[in-house]
Ligand binder design. Sequence first.
Ligand code: C5P
Length: 411
Amino acid sequence: MHAQEATTELGLANRRIILGVTGGIAAYKSAELIRRLKDLGADVRAVMTPAAQEFITPLTLQALSGNPVHTTLLDTEAEAAMGHIELARWGDLILVAPASADFLARLAHGHGNDLLSTLCLAARCPLAVAPAMNQAMWAAASNQANMDLLQARGVHVFGPAAGEQACGDIGPGRMLEATELAQCTANLFPHRILTGTRVTITAGPTREAIDPVRYISNHSSGKMGFAIAEAARDAGAQVTLISGPVHLPTPDRVKRIDVISALDMHQASMDALTQTDIFIATAAVADFRVENSHNQKIKKQDNSGPGMTLTLVENPDIVAAVAQHEPKPFTVGFAAETRDVENYARQKIERKNLDMIVANDVSRQDIGFNSDQNAVTVIWKSGQQLMALASKTQIARDLVTLISEHYKNTR
Ligand code: C5P
């Protein structure tokens, strides 16, 4: 998928929308709205008022959203699964569609007598409403005063449209169509540089088994790869993080695939390629594995002599294999060197057919494997850029910006 096409296609990638459905005939359009929001990449949770359930069933909205539907404030089971305050914090936006005249009145006056109105009070995220009612109700002075109040408080109002109504009247009060509402919703969020782009990242060390209890590995903490995963997600990308054994929590809204050995990581990376526009290899992959790792724990007395010999065989070079793949994702490697950093990094770009390489000098004590800081030189065929000592979070953000600029130039 090309980033340009995807920008409009996936304007809600990684966004969480709480869709409030209130009682009105337009509630049937909420089912379609969930589909359109999901088409744009959103994760949707529906919240229904009791009146809404007279028009459409929670089951329909659950099936379409793929998430449980929330209906009552005082349901201990639902609260145990996700409490209303937690749900309020979950959303990046609450969209009430359709919003009935009664609900808008309750919203304007700060009521909290059902789950949806309570969520609107408790949430710190933006709020949008799509009014739907009879044209005379829409025009009523009390309703108009409520709308003025809501707008003055920063509530986004989508529509209503004018036209023929379910009751036979003609005039303003119809809810906007699902496609229009989904687009209005996407327009509320700022465009992010990697919206619609799929980024796969390898991170951490690999472990090469000697026997069931022993292995060969290295000191990689995975911190750089995890920080890049977060930065790419914040830039709007859909992120897959293929991680060796590390002690780090999974970043929110990132798909994590855990692997142990280099062969596992190779397989997971190849499998991810159909869903990858940019591949970033931060993993410290073991160059060799034990040729015949033992199924049983090796005993000291298993060896005839005083020493022990392990035969090692080379592991596949994952990033080089990715760069051979057609179509080739924009491929970024890392180079940890202790001397002549730039020179070795340039050779690696050529040898592995990379688009970019991030070189760091691991002979320095203040940066590298287990540190929270890093300083790198980013190198590409026709240039380079130094990123001075900074937190891995900051370096990750700067890297994601630079990678996305170069990636877009290649499309
Ligand atoms: O050749 P070297 O190990 O120094 O290259 C480092 C870069 O290559 C890193 O991006 C690392 O993730 C990647 N790599 C790999 N598979 C290997 C070895 C290294 O993807 N087997």
